[in-house]
Design a protein around this ligand. Sequence first.
Ligand code: NAP
Length: 361
Amino acid sequence: MTTDTPTSPARRRRVAVLGATGAVGQSFVRLLANHPWFELAELAASERSAGKSYAEAARWIGGDPLPASVAGMQVLPCDPGAITADIVFSALDSSAAEDAEPAFARAGKTVLTNAKNYRMDPDVPLVIAEVNPQHLSILDAQRKARGWSGAIVANGNCAAIVASLPLAPIHERFGITKVVTMTMQAVSGAGYPGVPSLDILGNVIPYIKDEEPKIEVEMQKFLGSVSGGTIQHAGFLVSAHANRVPVEHGHTVCMSIELESRVEAAEVERAIAEWRGAEEARGLPSSPERALLLSDQPDQPQPRRQVNTGHGMTVVVGRVRADPIFTVKLVAMGHNVIRGAAGASVLNAELMVRRGLLGDR
Ligand code: NAP
């Protein structure tokens, strides 16, 4: 996390986490417990957890201790009437997000969600802070169309975020026409308790429910443009294969990419190495020094070695080389729970503070 935050707001804004007991919810708790701009004021989860202390309700799955300031907080129900904070991070299971998230937005809250439910709605910005911050400009149209005083801002699917970061400079500079992706996704991507150990230990599962269709559409929205209050998707085609592998954290994505014209792999490498992303997403408390890091090692990226690069916010890219069928191929790897979920939402919220899109309550 960057300590130099020149645009620090005058006071910390109170925030709540919905689905605080799950894998992504716990990551939010870690990132927000001592955040310079946000005060973690409220935690909510299902009826199973509501009324209990957080320490009692959440089976803490990190190697680090549960922050003492959070352990005794009472878990609240996911009901807008029970939550006073105006900024709400959602790590809800999609079955609960469907009704809860619009209810919070209707009640005037800004919901930064990780659930899949509203990501592809044309008036919901699907944002990676460094890639498409300008998509936040459709929020006025969203509020008007839905009659909400609050709003929903979405994070992408974790594999789609890891894949889209290196595609951003490539599309910007050379124009992408086709992408074939093959993922090797960590078990933490399935939440807690997630995949049974006897199914995944020493094994590869070549199926993750609903994953491939998400990867096949979200990248075009990230790399699309704003037009008349909605997002015009980028026009390239994506074919995705998704696999679950026995890795704790870190999704690895192998990609073969066809470009509009013949381009040398070295030029693509240069585009990735030089890219810094949107200027307005730099220097925020959760901004990594670099959102993309190009490795020159022939056997990298590797989740065990590099998943925590940039405090889990950097996607490491390697093996950029010519593709005999398409134009170029590469491997990208990023932390699914941080860059692919909670960290990305917190960074989006910081960006919204900088843009003056969040109140100061
Ligand atoms: P998880 O570990 O299964 O946690 C789910 C959370 O939702 C828990 O806090 C649970 O509370 C709560 N919940 C479930 N049913 C509820 C209900 N009816 N009402 C209120 N709360 C309810 O899942 P996760 O991996 O953290 O994922 C959370 C969301 O983020 C999902 O939508 C997922 O698709 C998305 N996502 C996950 C990742 C990842 O890498 N894991 C990445 C990107 C996006 P209780 O403990 O009380 O049951």
